[in-house]
Design a binder for this molecule. Sequence first.
Ligand SMILES: NC(=O)c1ccc[n+]([C@@H]2O[C@H](COP(=O)([O-])OP(=O)(O)OC[C@H]3O[C@@H](n4cnc5c(N)ncnc54)[C@H](OP(=O)(O)O)[C@@H]3O)[C@@H](O)[C@H]2O)c1
Length: 263
Amino acid sequence: MRLAFIGYGNMSSALIGGILSSNKFNPSDEIYIFHNKKNSDFNLEKCKFLESGTEVNGSFEIIFLCVKPQDIETAINENINIFRDDQTVISVAAGVTVGTIKKLLRNNSSVIRAMPNLCAVYNESITGICMEDESSSERKGIVEEIFRGIGHVRKIDENEMHDFTALFGSGPAYLIYFYEALLDCGKFKNISNEDKSMLIIHLLNSTSKMLFVTKDVKNLRHSISSKGGTTEAAIKLLEDKNFKEIIAEALEVAMKRSKDISK
Ligand SMILES: NC(=O)c1ccc[n+]([C@@H]2O[C@H](COP(=O)([O-])OP(=O)(O)OC[C@H]3O[C@@H](n4cnc5c(N)ncnc54)[C@H](OP(=O)(O)O)[C@@H]3O)[C@@H](O)[C@H]2O)c1
């Protein structure tokens, strides 16, 4: 299989890294990466790096669009000669609709939208895929396999993309922000920041293990927050300050931003 990526930034390098390290990548598969950096010396085993707009012989079965939403139009126009009717084009751009991409492509290729997250680099992405425009069940299977190779996959409708983007696309940044809040709290003058950071990462890791196996999350939290104890006091303050409402509001803002980009 021949795959092409347009754009070589955070998301495409995470995706490519995930694909290369997954057991779904065949030695005969090829990855072409079209980037916009002049005189770059990119080098990645099994990948060919080309400047955006470079003409290539032969065709690609799947093309990934991995540029920022505002760069999609230029990236497609610059590389218009690689697009064909029988391809599947996968866009990971937040907020850019299937309809918009189809208009820009001006051909009959199938357009799939995917919303992975940066955990793809560790094959732990949570990816929402909208495949309403793809009619070939074989191609759908291949695309699903590619994304399963880099983590967990949920098939969703395009109208759920905004919610998915806000929660799971941006999700790693929210959790990192929470980690930063714990790290920056100014406590433990005798523990170095490096040690504190490692302990907080262990805390997040071990807590997620408990979450994985527990059947009743609320009960789990109550079992840690004994009556009149320290945890209960801290959680009460978070509740008094409407912590959950602030999180919900932040998600709303992210969803609105995704909707604004799609206009
Ligand atoms: N980062 C995430 O966590 C995440 C999660 C889900 C979805 N996404 C989506 O993934 C897409 C890429 O995000 P990102 O974080 O990877 O951004 P990024 O790091 O800025 O990568 C985009 C790359 O595309 C390059 N580019 C711009 N125009 C180009 C063109 N015409 N031809 C070839 N390359 C071009 C950019 O170069 P310059 O820097 O020179 O402009 C940059 O290197 C976005 O649409 C975003 O919505 C990202």
